[in-house]
Design a binder for this molecule. Structure first.
Ligand code: ARG
Length: 460
């Protein structure tokens, strides 16, 4: 009978169906680098603590490095009957160097081992996400800069509300991505405690030094409760939540741009290289990339839901259910990275039609609020001003005119405070020019903000 590494008490061979059902090597092979890094640190600690000899440690480290190179080169054969990445590597080490390899698993369990590998993997992926966000921000800032001065309708309820600068709109997403980045760093800080030393769940009777492995693996410290250390996957859920928020932000923007490239609006033109056609309608050019980013958002949320559901009511400490965490976290990360990557590319390959935006803006009385504020400056209470302008708009609708095209005499009928200077506030250009509050679409604020982001994002 072929014995498993854990097969001491077993008298029967594991069924193949069980091996297939319980294996995780088909997906957790992705952890190999971290598993080996963790094992090298663990062996070094065991030697320092005189639990293994210096010579044994050297052989272990050498063997592990060879295995790492083999996996890197795609030459390593992963075996399903060895269950997971941890036992695939340990078995390969035993095959290669023999006796000393059998000491590697001293004062360690796969429970703290997998908790470690996953923390290291997530810690690194968080920085990858962070960098993708920076690239997306840079693309948006670049477009804001190129199109500084372009005026577009700002919407509420999907109706024209007030005119805004296109740059101001684009920078709204830069702010969102910045919050996403801060959330990631915060998540990274919280996960940065080493679970090694927890072993199965209760620690060990051997004289180990978990602080040493923690330091070698660049953790800020060690988990203070061994039961929690092997049970905790909060960091996966936090990360999946951060990724969900990122994809939610992306999906909002994609929805807008999908609308923006329809024939009615034509606010944007996405380059052909980033669109797809229809198999039946020859004239079609579809924004499938945007639609897929929007669509994949659902898949991203599903992984967060999977993780939360999997851990709901799960008793302490390690349970095999937890193996499924990796299916969710690997896919959610891969999906969001692909979304961010293609989004930045597409943005750089999109033309924004300033003319279309401006002319769309002329309709819909988006200068009405500016007129009300004009009256406020003439000491008319805002509620009263709101009503006066509402009446003027009604007149304009009746006469099919824009407010700025209305005769001054007609306007005066609605309020004696309206004078010739009203024409300095009407019209979309005046509206934008006259914004004052910080954070508004006022050109000088937007310009400052573009400069701010350029400085910040180029710092690296
Ligand atoms: N493949 C397992 C996982 O991903 C490793 C831990 C196995 N631990 C155990 N006690 N069976 O969760």
């Amino acid at each position: 009978m072929k014995k498993k590494l854990w097969g001491g008490r077993f008298t029967e061979q594991t069924k193949e169906s069980v091996e297939s059902f319980t294996e995780s090597i088909s997906f957790d092979w992705r952890l190999y680098k971290y598993d080996i890094e963790g094992s090298i640190a663990h062996a070094t600690m065991l030697a320092k603590c005189k639990i293994i000899t210096e010579k044994e440690k050297k052989e272990i480290v050498k063997g592990l490095k060879i295995i790492l190179a083999e996996i890197d080169a795609g030459k390593f054969k992963f075996k399903k009957n060895l269950e997971d990445i941890h036992m695939n590597i340990e078995s390969a080490l035993i095959e290669r160097i023999g006796e000393p390899a059998k000491k590697l698993h001293t004062a360690r369990s796969r429970n703290d081992q997998v908790a470690l590998d996953l923390r290291l993997w997530v810690r690194e992926q968080i920085m990858v996400t962070y960098n993708y966000l920076t690239i997306a921000q840079q693309a948006l800032v670049q477009k804001s800069k190129e199109h500084f001065g372009v005026i577009m309708p700002g919407f509420t309820h999907m109706q024209h509300a007030q005119p805004i600068l296109l740059s101001h709109y684009l920078l709204a997403y830069v702010e969102m991505f910045e919050r996403d980045k801060k959330r990631l760093l915060d998540c990274s800080k919280r996960l940065n405690e080493s679970p090694l030393g927890a072993c199965a769940l209760a620690g060990t009777t051997l004289p180990t030094d978990p602080a040493l492995t923690a330091e070698m693996l660049r953790f800020d410290g060690i988990c203070q409760n061994s039961i929690d250390a092997v049970s905790d996957r909060d960091f996966c859920m936090e990360y999946a939540f951060c990724l969900s928020l990122i994809s939610m932000h992306l999906s909002r923007l994609c929805e807008e741009w999908i609308i923006w490239c329809n024939d009615e609006l034509r606010f944007i033109d996405i380059s052909d290289a980033y669109c797809t056609g229809s198999s039946i309608m020859p004239q079609k050019k579809n924004p499938d990339v945007l639609e897929l980013i929007r669509g994949k958002c659902g898949r991203v949320y599903s992984h967060l839901t999977t993780l939360l559901t999997m851990f709901k009511g799960l008793p302490l400490s390690y349970n095999r259910d937890m193996q499924e965490d990796k299916v969710a976290i690997f896919d959610v990360v891969e999906t969001v990275h692909a979304m961010l990557n293609i989004f930045a590319e597409l943005t750089m390959n999109t033309r924004f039609n300033g003319e279309k935006m401006k002319s769309a803006c002329e309709n819909g009385f988006s200068d009405a609020t500016a007129l009300a504020e004009y009256l406020v400056r003439k000491n008319v209470p805002f509620r009263k001003a709101h009503e006066i302008v509402g009446n003027i708009v009604r007149e304009c609708v009746r006469m099919n005119l824009k407010i700025k095209d209305l005769d001054l005499e007609i306007m005066k009928r609605y309020s004696p405070f309206i004078a010739k200077d009203v024409f300095q506030v009407l019209g979309v250009e005046n509206c934008v020019r006259n914004y004052k509050s910080s954070g508004s679409s006022a050109p000088r604020f937007v310009k400052n903000r573009i400069a701010y982001w350029e400085r910040k994002l180029n710092k690296g």
